[in-house]
Design a protein around this ligand. Sequence first.
Ligand SMILES: Cc1cc2nc3c(=O)[nH]c(=O)nc-3n(C[C@H](O)[C@H](O)[C@H](O)COP(=O)(O)OP(=O)(O)OC[C@H]3O[C@@H](n4cnc5c(N)ncnc54)[C@H](O)[C@@H]3O)c2cc1C
Length: 378
Amino acid sequence: MKNPDAIIVGAGPSGLACAASIGALGLNATVLEKTNAVGSVWRRHYDRLHLHTDRGHSGLPGMDMPRTYPTYPSRAQVVEYLESYAARFGIQPVFNSTVVGISRHGALWRVDTGQTSLSAPVVVIATGLADFPFRPTWPGSDTFRGNCIHSSEYRNTSPYIGKRVLVVGFGNSGGEIALDLANASIDTTLAVRGPVQILPRDLLGIPILTWAIAQKSLPTGVVDFINAPIIRLAVGPIERFGLRRAAKGPRRMIEEDGRVPLLDVGTLAKIRDGSIGVRGGIDRFTPEGVIFAGEGERKFDAIILATGFRPDLRGLLGDVDGVLSEEGKPLVTGQATSQPGLFFCGHTASPTGQLREIGLEATRIAALAKHHAEGSPW
Ligand SMILES: Cc1cc2nc3c(=O)[nH]c(=O)nc-3n(C[C@H](O)[C@H](O)[C@H](O)COP(=O)(O)OP(=O)(O)OC[C@H]3O[C@@H](n4cnc5c(N)ncnc54)[C@H](O)[C@@H]3O)c2cc1C
């Protein structure tokens, strides 16, 4: 294989956006993808998933999502879009190539897949979060006799019909999986440990992302202050249903904690009408269920951990210093790192939508990559 100007690891939205943006600047990029298709993670997401961000703000650089798609495209439409995006920009990833190590050799980065190695002055790590589901444990976790999975393994309601299901976590996956189960009349409980922020997906008929983008240049404190009464009015009271509203506003929550508020697509209505029960934090697991803090035991047949992801890239980057936190999370994404020519794309939550942010990051990375590759002595 000929050595390219740039190597991109991963053919999800981030990898494809970087390949198109880098290619548009005249550089030659090779995309290495461990599965056999682009957008592989979107092919595996749960059946009912639709984008929570609107079509108009979820396209990648150089190609909008088709106007024929609904405002909130389905999972299958996202996959179709990613396929046409790759075709449009002539991106042909090398499939079934799992990158196992990245190291610096002089002015070049060497990328090893186990079978082969490639070198280039620029490497973009666009490997996403999906390989790092976070599965917290509680005392007694291993004694639970029912089925316990992470939300990334959930597909649809069929294994849960007639069962009592506990969904742990009140992020967008937890909220939507609970809604999916409740819609199928499954006995559903949500465990919500701390205070939450809930936003309507649309406000006055306009996608919430449009509002967030319009307010982007205002300081975080001002935005959260102005929006608080509007959100309170739009979402309504939540305390009487066992939820606590966080004192920290939605934007500050994303920026400081990386936690995206629940964009409500119907979960709250199901909580209000009692189809979804709400409980607090879990104290311990038992063989037949869990004990919630300050309560007795509740029995469940299945537990779904919607507890997010914690990427750890230490295995991939071995001896490369200064780019990862102690836990292995990239210190910066979408901009220059402390290692010339090494970039990360798509590694942060954004108040204005992650796909949109991925597009912005890819455009920035392409400009930096061009500058770096052109100055490279190799
Ligand atoms: C359930 C869910 C719903 C979401 N909904 C939205 C939404 O509505 N709007 C929005 O803006 N964002 C949304 N996001 C967030 C984000 O946009 C998506 O997660 C998006 O897919 C991230 O793209 P990515 O390319 O960074 O990562 P991924 O889509 O995870 O792609 C990473 C790719 O890298 C490959 N890979 C990983 N490791 C290696 C390796 N070592 N070697 C080679 N290849 C490798 C993987 O196989 C994969 O193809 C959602 C996320 C989730 C989990």
